[in-house]
Design a protein around this ligand. Sequence first.
Ligand SMILES: Cc1cc2nc3c(=O)[nH]c(=O)nc-3n(C[C@H](O)[C@H](O)[C@H](O)COP(=O)(O)OP(=O)(O)OC[C@H]3O[C@@H](n4cnc5c(N)ncnc54)[C@H](O)[C@@H]3O)c2cc1C
Length: 560
Amino acid sequence: MTTPVSPDSTTWDQQEPPLTMFGPDFPFAYDDYLAHPAGLGQVPGAAYGTEVAVVGGGLAGMVAAYELMKLGLKPVVYESDQIGGRMRSVPFDGYPGVVAEMGAMRFPPSSTALFHYLDLVGLETEPFPNPLAEVTPSTVIDLKGTSHYAQSLEDLPPIFAEVADAWQRSLEQYAELVPLQRAIRKRDVAEIKRIWNDLVVRLDDQSFWGFLAASEHFRSFTRREVFGQVGFGTGGWDTDYPNSILEILRVVVTAADDHHRGIVGGAQQLPLGLWNRIAPAAHWPQGTSVAGLNGGAPHPRVTELRRSEAGTVVHDSYGGVHTYPAVVVTAQSWMLLSSIHCDDDLFPIDHWTAIERTHYMGSTKVFVLVDRPFWKDKDPVTGRDVVSMTLTDRMSRGTYLLDQGDDRPGLICLSYTWSDDSLKLLALTPAERMNIVLRSLEGIYPGVDFRSHVIGHPVTLSWEAERDFMGAFKANLPGHYRYQERLFGHFVQKDLAARHRGIFLAGDDISWTAGWAEGAVQTALNAVWGVVHHLGGASASENPGPGDVFDEISPLRLDD
Ligand SMILES: Cc1cc2nc3c(=O)[nH]c(=O)nc-3n(C[C@H](O)[C@H](O)[C@H](O)COP(=O)(O)OP(=O)(O)OC[C@H]3O[C@@H](n4cnc5c(N)ncnc54)[C@H](O)[C@@H]3O)c2cc1C
């Protein structure tokens, strides 16, 4: 929930700089790097126009392609489905402008590199109606058959405040929350490294659940259970309990779960905007865009990646075979094990191990359109909203009410689930999914006739069932830090054998913050740096890139 556990709220001096997704593993200021007038560097004139394959047209692919174009290179984009990837906004027939966000839907302002591109493309954002957020008229927490209606934390029974307090205290006592956030605000790299590296050593083997169970503030099983069901920031986090606590701490310390904003008109506009954007670029004539360089449409699905003396050979599903001196792969990395046949020699064996050990969370969403935002009607007896943003331990788990205006149909994300909760819906048809989650809601709101308001068919998706994704987003398990460190640092290739160079991994599953678009942007910028240097280019001396300072601020390397 947003209000109770905004973790720094008790200690934040409003005069201090804001929290951003600056580190903590790799504290590089991607936002300053992007804003610098010197740009992201240059390639030698002889390299202008060189084709660079970009596998995947999601956000990472589009950021990489856009920046490569600006540097005078020719990004050749391969996309098996549609530009956008997991920023997928599905329209409803007959209702222009209304979209269901099947993937990313709420973005923390601390994602400053992401917001750089949102501003560039000219997209507007608006507060997202999370549980107990200011823009959320009311929230219902329904656990074990009992519902609590609230407009603020104070309206809830004391157990919820106790749980919020227990979480805050645990973070302060066992995870150095206050000094770490202070260091992130000040961008004090040495202090961030001192605190975070120690946490990595101490906590890499610890799960989220184990962290809570070991905290004196969560000795009560009930507190752990309630916390799992209503969680922090955006809702229930118990499906994350098996994951590494480091994954959770990254979210909390960088405020990734706070003050969320939605993108007006849909998140997919961002990758599409970068694809279509005309921008001044080295080498290319005025009016050049990534779309234009690709003849208006991406190349098809990549089926094979092979090695040759001349570079990386890309095979596509239409039989195209093309060799590139550099390739950026942004598809989820499991694709390299399954749908893309790869030469073993593409990566050192330890990197293959890291790809094999990658762990993804599943996720299912179920949306319906309703005739009007009827949830704002008032109950004549209680005066309350007839339906509220709802967190529950029933099948629907999280229900979000997305107001499109009083005179327009309303959009309801009936259910947003992760992992086991998503699996419970996976095998069901869209109608079955809708019926099951509506049954949950009818149990919470007896007397509200949801079904009479539904128009059209439900829109639903389980990312783990999509062949080009096989999961919603990565979530490292305990003991996975070493794997992540290998994948993240792969773009700095000076220590790799020549036969392993020239292929660059990007995407949120390569980043430290999978499940957040900021990680897709940051790793795309790493890959661009890698390509530029691979082709003999360099960063501007006044604007060193992530690879230039890598050795100084590199993520901690754990020994055996
Ligand atoms: C359910 C869900 C909720 C999320 N919520 C949020 C949120 O609220 N806030 C937030 O910041 N982030 C959120 N995210 C994460 C965000 O969506 C991702 O970080 C971001 O979209 C990832 O972009 P990417 O380019 O790394 O990967 P992708 O978007 O996965 O792009 C990879 C692309 O590669 C393509 N591809 C796959 N195989 C091939 C092939 N063989 N050949 C060619 N192309 C191929 C795919 O079709 C895809 O388009 C969410 C994600 C999901 C799934």
